[in-house]
Design a protein around this ligand. Sequence first.
Ligand code: NAD
Ligand code: 89V
Length: 343
Amino acid sequence: MTVLKGALIGCGFFAVNQLHAWKDVRGAGIVAICDRDPERLKIVGDQFGIDRRYGDAEALFADGGFDFVDIATTVQSHRFLVEMAARNKVPAICQKPFAKTLSDAKAMVEACRNAGIPLMVHENFRWQTPIQAVGKALDSNAIGTPFWGRFSFRSAYDVFSGQPYLAEGERFIIEDLGIHTLDIARYILGDVRSLTARTKRVNPAIKGEDVATILLDHENGATSVVDVSYATKLSREPFPETLIELDGSEGTIRLTQGYGLQVTNAKGTTTTDVSPKLLSWASRPWHNIQESVYAIQQHWVDQLESGAQHSTSGADNLKTFALVEAAYDSAARGQTIDVGAML
Ligand code: NAD
Ligand code: 89V
């Protein structure tokens, strides 16, 4: 089997998961890393035994010798680095949030399309084992036609210790976490016609909103609610589980805390354990996310080999990113936003 060579840019908090996952992925490996912070470059280079190290992305691309680039920096550099990949005709993966604005995101997709290179957004939450299980149950027609859904992520987990920048932005939960939940809602119930949102900041120590409630009108006529909060103190902390409720013409699906999948229809109720695997390098409670990192990276390689579209291609992610922008716009103006008109 051909082994694709990858370069990874941005050796911070989350990239460590990506590098572990690349070691497990069939058909690819990371041969070079880049970070403008020499300390991170050394720590990560030593940990994963990668000798080709760069402090500057231009120098990395100038040296070349890799088949794809995995951009794991924070959002400020995404457009710059994706366009650099396009100029160098190197297929690219870019972490979420894909861009700072929808117009930047559209320009990035256009640049890669013009360069003829595949572009995938590392939108990994839809690849979580429990989310895939919900999708499969729905596809098997277990509950008929879904007409209502709820996609919920409510927690008081301290995300700021690992990712201090999350406390500093004008925007927080929709841009960072709700983006995943909105993507799951699209993945399960299809694209969205219009959206209405309300936001709040409960934690006085951060700048952005930490609570959001979003009502989605899906193109297929279903209605769903995406509700996300980092201000919700529960007896049993659910981080980082997304809980799902779906009502359909023939039954219901519930993805409950602790990774239980309950399907009820005319045949009765079945309950299945859909827990993610604890990979050798993973740790609880992050293992659910960590397994999905492996899954999306394997998908990247599989689709490159077959020439098929990626599930979370840049073009697909524009439709998720539009929901993020629409949610902020709706909350600011107190109005329902026509999402189709933004695309
Ligand atoms: P981080 O700040 O810990 O790491 C980013 C690294 O990129 C830093 O080491 C920084 O020096 C480097 N960097 C920034 N700009 C650069 C440039 N132009 N050239 C070279 N190096 C550069 O951030 P993080 O917490 O690892 O987050 C990175 C991205 O991953 C963010 O977009 C975040 O939203 C995303 N993330 C995704 C998930 C997920 O499940 N998909 C989870 C956590 C974080
Ligand atoms: O997925 C993310 O981007 C992370 C976390 C799960 C902690 O919100 O920031």
